[in-house]
Design a protein around this ligand. Structure first.
Ligand code: GLU
Length: 310
């Protein structure tokens, strides 16, 4: 890790640490029980060097950060055509708590980074291997993080399963339109499970670096995601990764990213590095207040914007 990158990470942490605005999400009750002061950042280069700051080994649930990986797995297992028969790639501009909306005309969910699209993609994975789908996802995300598998936070899973009626309603509507084919309870259990995967900020940075490194995990050297799929995953992250703040994030920070309501954000600088940030307080758009501030700072300092011209 270059000492300037390490210093930039530490400076971005110090820059965002004083921020205490925002609130914890309580629609998944278990998520409201975390320490709001937690804050971590990590960077992993495509050479596999990891640098961390703050509570980088504290584990949290991925929530929507699982979506790009589940999309990648569905593309790998089912192919582009089958996946995109069930989900489009159009920006929705929807909030994380968005009401039930599908595309007019096609009745497809807009993209795989919003709940409806991720549930449709999850259904495809479950359909391919009903008995082994959870293991498939845990091992795939694990390999992206440089380890054999991931764990699930059972209490968060149960908490969302008990209160997840919005997602249940979305899933039943999509089943009505043929966008999901499996039994809704089983598809949703798989969806809630991958939202409840436990990861640290260090893990996030390695997962992001796997996407930055053409799908090859820089820590293990294993090709986890077929390189031909990376462009699709990064595109939907770039256009849809931060809910209805995606346009502003693309404008200001300019790199593919995905946030989750646990306060995690994973960001990818293709060919260079992966970044993970985590802090639980969310702004009105559902994105981590400190995480966004740290990423903005880091992108500016390291000139990470995709469309920056020398
Ligand atoms: N499990 C959460 C849900 O489906 C994920 C939301 C998010 O992180 O955007 O509501």
């Amino acid at each position: 890790m270059s000492s300037t990158l390490q210093a930039a990470l530490e400076d971005s942490y110090r820059h965002a640490l004083p921020l205490r605005q925002g609130t914890l999400p309580d629609y998944i009750p278990q998520l409201a029980h975390v320490d709001p002061e937690l804050f971590a950042g990590a960077v992993c280069t495509v050479d596999g060097e990891v640098s961390c700051v703050g509570d980088a080994d504290h584990r949290f649930t991925l929530q929507s950060v699982s979506k790009p990986f589940v999309y990648a797995l569905a593309l790998e297992r089912c192919g582009l055509e089958q996946v995109h028969a069930k989900v489009d790639v159009e920006p929705s501009g929807y909030a994380f708590y968005s009401m039930i909306r599908l595309q007019e005309g096609t009745n497809k969910p807009h993209n795989p980074m919003i709940n409806a699209g991720a549930i449709a993609v999850t259904d495809l994975i479950r359909h391919r291997n009903p008995a082994g789908a959870t293991t498939d996802i845990l091992e795939f995300t694990g390999r992206c993080a440089g380890r054999p598998s991931m764990d699930i936070d059972e209490s968060v899973f149960q908490s969302e399963r008990t209160t997840g009626d919005r997602n249940r309603a979305i899933a039943y509507l999509m089943r009505h339109f043929g966008m999901i084919e499996g039994p809704v309870p089983e598809t949703l259990d798989l969806y809630f499970r991958h939202c409840s995967i436990l990861a640290s900020c260090r893990d996030l940075s390695v997962m992001a670096a796997t996407l930055a490194n053409r799908g090859q995990c820089p820590v293990t050297g294993q090709q986890v995601v077929p390189s031909a799929l990376i462009q699709y995953v990064l595109t939907v992250m770039f256009t849809n990764g931060l809910y209805d703040h995606s346009g502003r994030f693309a404008f200001e920070v300019g790199i593919p990213a995905k946030s989750g309501v646990s306060g995690a954000i994973l960001a990818v600088v293709p060919g260079r590095l992966g970044v993970g940030v985590f802090s639980p307080r969310l702004d009105a758009g559902g994105n981590s207040v400190r995480g966004l501030a740290a990423l903005r700072f880091l992108a500016e300092r390291e000139q990470l914007h995709t469309f920056r011209v020398e």
